[in-house]
Design a protein around this ligand. Structure first.
Ligand SMILES: Cc1cc2nc3c(=O)[nH]c(=O)nc-3n(C[C@H](O)[C@H](O)[C@H](O)COP(=O)(O)O)c2cc1C
Length: 307
């Protein structure tokens, strides 16, 4: 039985990754299981300098999903390379960094440094809804997105370049194509959707930042649709995420065209969620007699010829 998939130059032992920002740098989760069971660990977004993030409260549970407004709190590039990367390198899994800059020059600087440090993959977060500068602007405009990806492309030699798209992109197919045309080796989607929650008694928003990003089961149908559309629009691999809570969810994304999947909010609910998805996919394949996971990618049966 083959569960290995290729994402650009990267060969993953199985298609299951963690979603950036929901797994820290892996340290806490390593207490629960061997991270080497995962196809890849995608780590918390990194900026050039450390960031404090937004004021608390920063996380809020809604009836079918989670709102967060962390604001990209992180240790910064220098500490990441010195303190975080060596930890993840102890495990037999691909290490993918997630980066955010406020200008193209910052993205290039970060990507070059991470590439030189030997990261297996670099995922560009062009879609964070929780910071006032940068991020989302790049996804709203395909010309800006293409130009950003092109500049980073020229700086990255060894690592596989992944571009993470926002569900707020006005046209997800056009955004995916722009990333591919500019040299992305894979696109990942979706990031969180902008949302808010309020306290009726206090007449106040619950999040310190007022608005936050919605993730979890609430966004799965949106994510599935977008992954399906993006997979039909590009020939590079698509990495699907958004509300994957178990192996069945993950398999739906694979049928929709995702070559790999990422587990996010589910890590907060069940610390072993990502490895549970690996095991669930394996047992589904055994039960159904599927020899190769790649045979399932994009295997959704659709009768309507318009789709
Ligand atoms: C607390 C939290 C922090 C996140 N931080 C990042 C981040 O730093 N970079 C990024 O690209 N996405 C970030 N995300 C988005 C997730 O990686 C993922 O795209 C999204 O949550 C959808 O997947 P899910 O529904 O399985 O959580 C964050 C999500 C959450 C919930």
């Amino acid at each position: 039985m083959n569960t290995a998939v290729s994402i650009g130059k990267l060969r993953l032992k199985n298609p299951v990754m963690t979603a950036s920002g929901t797994f820290g740098y892996g340290e806490e989760y390593a207490e629960f299981y061997d991270l080497g069971r995962l196809g890849a660990v995608v780590m918390k977004g990194i900026s050039l300098r450390p960031m404090q993030g937004n004021p608390a409260p920063r996380i809020w549970e809604t009836p079918c999903g989670m709102l967060n407004a962390i604001g990209l709190q992180n240790v910064g590039l220098k500490s990441f390379l010195k303190e975080k990367l060596p930890f993840i390198r102890q495990f037999d899994t691909a290490a993918v960094a997630n980066v955010l800059g406020s200008t193209p020059a910052e993205y290039v600087k970060l990507a070059r440094a991470l590439d030189e440090a030997g990261l297996d993959g670099i995922e560009l977060n062009v879609s964070c809804p929780n910071v006032s500068r940068g991020g989302m602007a790049f996804c709203a405009n395909t010309r800006m997105l293409g130009s950003l990806v092109g500049k980073v492309r020229a700086a990255v030699k060894g690592a596989t370049l992944i571009v993470k798209l926002s569900p707020s992109a006005p046209d997800i197919k056009a955004a995916a194509r722009a990333a591919e045309d500019a040299g992305a080796e894979a696109v990942s989607l979706i990031n969180t959707l902008p949302g808010m929650a309020m306290d009726l008694e206090k007449r106040r928003p619950v999040l310190g930042n007022v608005v936050g990003g919605l993730s979890g089961p609430a966004i799965k149908p949106v994510a599935l649709r977008m992954v399906w559309e993006a997979a039909g629009a590009v020939s590079v691999p698509v990495i699907g995420m958004g509300g994957i809570m178990n192996a069945r969810d993950a398999l739906e994304f694979i049928l929709a065209g995702a070559r790999a999947v990422a587990v996010g909010t589910a890590n907060f609910v069940t610390p072993t969620a990502a490895v549970d998805v690996v095991e669930g996919i394996e047992s589904y394949m055994r039960d159904k007699g599927i020899e190769d996971i790649n045979d399932l990618v994009g295997g959704l049966l659709v009768d309507n010829p318009d789709h």
